[in-house]
Design a protein around this ligand. Structure first.
Ligand code: CO8
Length: 258
């Protein structure tokens, strides 16, 4: 079994759970944590036994940002030449749905990591923000793009330029989080939701995720065309035959992910 320094990894049925585990640094994201998270996500992503992934932190902090202590002495040449933090982008290329379970602080890179997941389940103590401007930098793991698409230009500009945080009520109203639960229940609820996703056809959920992401990333005509192609391709799968036969025969489907 692989030993991890910065995360805990668990398989619960068809759900893979990754818990960020640097409690003394409020789960600040350093390079080691990035490599461990991205490595496990990639393993889960090609594992047919895993149908959904949950990424979570602690009750106090999902993650309080990129590790400022690791970054503080870096030069332009170092961050640019090493493509510092570039591996996080790989999460956006996964097929398997990823749910973020966010309690406490999701700031800077923490907010960006939550937004790299497919949707966010939040505890009622969740706090989101892109406070990089306070450190003389700007978001660097997609925050300026994904926050703007999630909450619109007005709120994204407001948050990114002032560095203010957004509490969970505002985040839910703005469309950044999908559902809010009491903080003690948020992780269990996120796992329940991931179990629902994992009970579906893995091929269909990957295609559905791809289709929604086309809406997020492209124009309407292109998105609808992409959706149509993805929809047609579901008819090449055993799971389409099984899913529709099960409905007609009034029984539960037995998806084989084929
Ligand atoms: N990095 C490193 N250490 C951190 C971080 C962080 N982001 N956040 C907290 N810690 C550490 C603290 O230094 C402290 O350690 P120690 O006990 O050794 O002093 C410990 O965690 C506990 O933190 P606090 O004592 O500050 O706890 P509080 O409850 O008082 O405050 C806060 C909690 C409000 C979350 C506070 O810790 C805070 O403001 N943290 C920094 C938040 C922040 O600015 N995040 C943005 C970081 S920049 C970023 O994410 C850029 C991403 C883009 C990278 C792009 C690369 C290409």
């Amino acid at each position: 079994m692989t030993e991890y320094q910065t995360i805990l990894v668990e398989r619960r049925g068809r759900v893979g759970i990754i818990t960020l585990n640097r409690p003394k640094a409020l789960n600040a994201l350093n390079s080691e944590l990035m490599n461990e998270v991205v490595g496990v996500v990639k393993e889960f992503d090609v594992d047919e036994a895993i149908g959904a992934i949950v990424i979570t932190g602690s009750e106090k902090a999902f993650a309080a940002g990129a590790d400022i202590k690791e970054m503080s002495t870096k030069t332009y040449a170092e961050v640019a030449n090493q493509q510092f933090f570039g591996a996080w982008d790989e999460l956006a290329r996964t097929r398997t749905p990823i749910v973020a379970a966010v309690t406490g602080y999701a700031l800077g890179g923490g907010c960006e990591l939550a937004m790299l997941c497919d949707f966010i389940i939040a505890g009622d103590n969740a706090v989101f923000g892109q406070p990089e401007i306070n450190l003389g930098v700007i978001p660097g793991i997609g925050g300026s793009q994904r926050l703007t698409r999630a909450v619109g230009k007005a709120k994204a500009m407001d948050m990114i330029l002032t560095g203010r945080n957004m509490k969970v009520d505002e985040a839910e109203r703005a469309g950044l989080v999908s559902r809010v639960f009491p903080k003690e229940e948020a992780l269990a609820k996120a796992i329940e939701i991931a179990e629902v996703i994992a009970s579906k056809s893995l091929i269909a959920s990957a295609l559905a995720k791809e289709a929604v992401n086309r809406a997020f990333e492209s124009g309407l005509t292109e998105g609808v065309r992409a959706e149509r192609g993805l929809f047609y391709s579901t008819f090449a799968t055993d799971d389409q035959t099984e899913g529709m036969a099960a409905f007609v025969e009034k029984r539960d489907p037995n998806f084989t992910h084929r």
